[in-house]
Design a protein around this ligand. Sequence first.
Ligand code: GLA
Length: 643
Amino acid sequence: MTSNHFLDQPRIWYGGDYNPEQWPEEVWREDVRLMQAAGVNLVSLGIFSWAWLEPQPGQYDFGWLDRILDLLHAHGVHACLATATASPPPWLAHRHPESLPVTADGVTLWPGGRQAYCLHSEAYMQHASALVTLLAARYKEHPALAAWHINNEYGCHVSECFCDVSAAAFRTWLQARYGTLDALNHAWGTAFWSQRYGQWAEINPPRRAPTFANPTQQLDWRRFSSDSLIALHDMEVEILRRFTPQTPVTTNFMGFFKPADYRKWAHHEDTVSLDTYPDPSDSFAAAQNAAQCDLSRSLGDGKPWMLMEQTPSAVNWRPRNVLKQPGQMRLWSMQAVARGANTVMFFQWRAAKAGAEKFHGALVPHVGVENSRVWREVSALGNELQELGPLAQSRVVADVGILVDWQSWWALEQDSKPSTAVTFYDRLATFYGPLYAANLTTDFVFTDSDFANYKLLVIPNLYLVDDATAARLEAYVAAGGTAVIGFFSGIVDENEHIRLGGYPAPFRKLLGLRVEEFAPMAEGESNTVRFDDGATAACDLWADVIDLEGATALAAFTGNFFAGQPAVTEHAFGQGRAYYIGTRLAAEAMGALLGRICHAAGVMPPVSAPPGVEVVRRRTAEGRDLWFVLNHRPELATVTLLV
Ligand code: GLA
């Protein structure tokens, strides 16, 4: 790994996507003047400029990029220089129709939008590599170059391809994973429904089938497609590192984006970047934004990360695109800084005149900068951030880790489950929401993280777990940690085979219980639980029928044939404690329960603050605490520090 040198400076960087190819050069001069006025010092340059850089195959035009880079540099603006490979020019598909992506139904996705390439297309890879090589060679010493922006939102429109070339690549990937057909047949459980394979050539992607496709085939397809996205990224990284080993590389992630295993991916880049577009009309938007920020910090194990894109005002791609209210752009930007971002950036600098995104918000709106609320707000923020440079060298403090795992997410949300209403986002929000509301800052942790950094590990759902992770969780609690585990965890192994021996087999000892049956609830159905202090709470979605084997019940169901049996349990294990929640509790009860568990684990809210006031702490290397107090309410609020 190279050093993230520009993010290690005492500076919060400010700027956004800049697409000068959409404008005549006289506009560029106004752009750089306005950038200076707004405190902009970093732009993501040329993300969609491939057709401009290589108008016809092998005919390149870098003159305009030379000129704009020099102009930016002369005005103190650095570049997160794009490799421009996100959207191939029309000539690629015209010459190589086989480079187009194909859906599970066999439908070809044509050019005319963006990202129209198959993840395994040789033609795409050859042309993209050639372009990246020329860019790296040409700009490797340019003084404006701060970082490389690789491609753009990999997989955002095309995260998998079902064409014949991709099918062959899938077979190669499977051969590397399993070695023999016997091993594959075992892993895929092909004794079921006459699915046994006799030759590799018989294996296909999970294209549209008459009914449920083989679950392990589906899971391997997700692993393979995620690996394919990472491989395209690595192809570019390998070229860039040859020319500029000291320049950080990053690609913009989309937060909790299901198709790509971002934890695996983050190990392949220097800096994590986030594009975040919470819907201002959603009452959970602030919590969602906080979670995306926490994920971005955690993917890089706490290193500074880049807020790469957000809108200053509205997006254009929802059916109804509600504006951020005055002050909300600043508030959500500060939320990112509070949670570890060392850049605040936007899509995009200047609002487009044409094209599909012409109604997307921008720092320079269509109306211009005179008498523009948006411009007033963004230029005020840019100048304000210039004062906050020293913040950049502090790190976020978190005592609680929330375990998330892409493999388990993929497996959980495949078809033919006890309840398809049990989803990753729902499970995550059920646990993250109350912790966020209580101002208990959480890191996300992954199966390869060091659990010992946390007083409390929260595991909203870990449907799929391998032996090593199960053993590490057990060891963490045995050594004195506290874990809280949500229902339908520890159910299958990495092949999506049931772990026999009573659910959840790998956690039974740790939790001191056995789940005999799952009782998923119908839509609209609910039950009630009674806690040990007499309090009652509604619950829905799911109930586990639990037998205690050493654990204590903290709450029991009151209805259905399992009335009186445990719904929430606690178990002392080794030096630590493990809790289990076998249903979905109403939000308030969930908050109270998590508060109780946190208290027992020695995790205390650092403040007393009314709902809607968010407090986050960053700590300097010298141990000084910097408090961010963010008021999401319209009225003034009083906050009391408790530490
Ligand atoms: C994404 C893309 C940008 C732009 C914005 C619009 O984040 O990376 O190119 O399309 O969405 O919100």
